[in-house]
Ligand binder design. Structure first.
Ligand SMILES: [Fe+2]
Length: 366
């Protein structure tokens, strides 16, 4: 009776851990963050020394590490395992979980990974990651802590966990794919706008490069860098509303044309504003021609009242314009352009961001 109660208590605890894991897994769509959580949870729940997740390269019929924890993680990522080879390859081919209490006694054991990582594997628990009957990868935990062996019960719990891991990985991967598709569509549209004028060809892509250099120098987080990248890609999207006779005019613009041209940040904000996913970029697009001393457009915002992303793009944009040929003047050399940016520190540009930009430029293009 007593043992039945303790067995029941253990089952309830396992169930609680599984529910907890499923909640944690559904908390993020960022694939890297998710994989980190998955490995951590698997090690914790299975009381294992290490864990890894593999995906399947269908074209090459191979498995490859998508993540492995610890300092060996980087080396391990380069290792590929042919389908059917080793424990992991066997699990992928047979779509069945496998418990190997002592790897040295299993002929399927492939020691190549251990040789490369210097990790000593004793026991393995490997499970297929299945979504709607299709295998998408394999997860494994290595070496139960305290020199213990994985049990059949561990196998049951890990298999249940694998169902949740598989769904979470598939969702995050699909989201990543969609996100990449979205970004590449935006890039294609912007490149088409830039290409209308031979002098601005590739401009937006270069502004992105400089803006990200600054963003990294400012130690922005992943989300901040992504917003900055998209804002930089789209900063001139409003030029789509400027007639070609103004946009591609070979000489300097007259004042009426110039005033019309100055409306492109507002047009850009109008285009991007209704797109829910891009709404938070509107301030960066609308204000990328503001000047630090308040003499810019469209609103004459001053200093830190100008959104941070817009202050970054202003520098990246000007630097690229100066170092590109224009119909009315040849391009400046890098050091001349840097001197010009420095000269306009505090009048046109945020002085702190100027310093970060120059430092980053010297580091990346010495
Ligand atoms: Fe602009």
């Amino acid at each position: 009776m007593k043992s039945k109660i303790s067995e029941l208590k253990k089952k309830i605890k396992n169930l609680e851990s599984l529910i907890d894991a499923s909640l944690v897994f559904s908390s993020t769509l960022d694939i890297d963050a998710l994989l980190d959580i998955i490995l951590q949870k698997a090690e914790e729940l299975m009381d294992a020394e290490a864990s890894s997740v593999f995906r399947i390269d269908e074209e090459k019929n191979e498995l490859y590490f998508i993540t492995a924890r610890g300092e060996k993680g980087k080396e391990v990522k380069e290792i590929r395992i042919p389908m059917g080879k080793g424990i992991v390859g066997w699990v992928a081919q047979h779509k069945k979980p496998l418990l190997v209490p002592d790897v040295t006694k299993d002929p399927r054991w492939f020691s190549g990974v251990d040789k490369k990582t210097k990790f000593v594997t004793r026991s393995i628990l490997a499970v297929p990651l299945m979504v709607k009957g299709k295998i998408i990868g394999v997860a494994e935990v290595l070496n139960k802590r305290g020199n213990k062996k994985f049990t059949k019960e561990d196998l049951e719990v890990y298999s249940a966990l694998a169902n949740q891991m598989a769904i979470a990985i598939e969702n995050a991967s699909l989201y990543k794919e969609l996100d990449e598709l979205f970004l590449s569509s935006i890039r294609a549209i912007v490149e088409a706008i830039d290409a209308k004028d031979p002098y601005t060809k590739g401009h937006s892509a270069r502004v992105v490069e400089y803006a990200l250099l600054i963003g990294e120098g400012m130690k922005l987080d992943k989300e901040g860098l992504k917003d900055l990248e998209l804002s930089a890609v789209l900063h001139d999207v409003g030029k789509i509303g400027i007639p070609d006779r103004i946009l591609s005019k070979p000489g300097l613009l007259n004042s009426e044309e110039y005033n019309y041209m100055k409306r492109h940040p507002e047009f850009g904000a109008e285009i991007v504003g209704p797109i829910k996913k891009l709404k938070n970029l509107v301030p960066n697009i609308l204000h990328h021609h503001e000047k630090y001393d308040g003499t810019g457009y469209p609103m004459g915002l001053k200093g830190k009242n100008i959104p941070m992303g817009a202050r970054v793009i202003a520098i990246a944009d000007s630097f690229d314009a100066m170092t590109s040929d224009r119909p009315y003047r040849p391009k400046m050399q890098t050091d001349e352009a840097i001197a010009e940016i420095k000269k306009n520190r505090r009048t046109q540009f945020d002085p702190e961001i100027v310093d970060i930009f120059i430092k980053a430029l010297q580091k990346h293009f010495p």
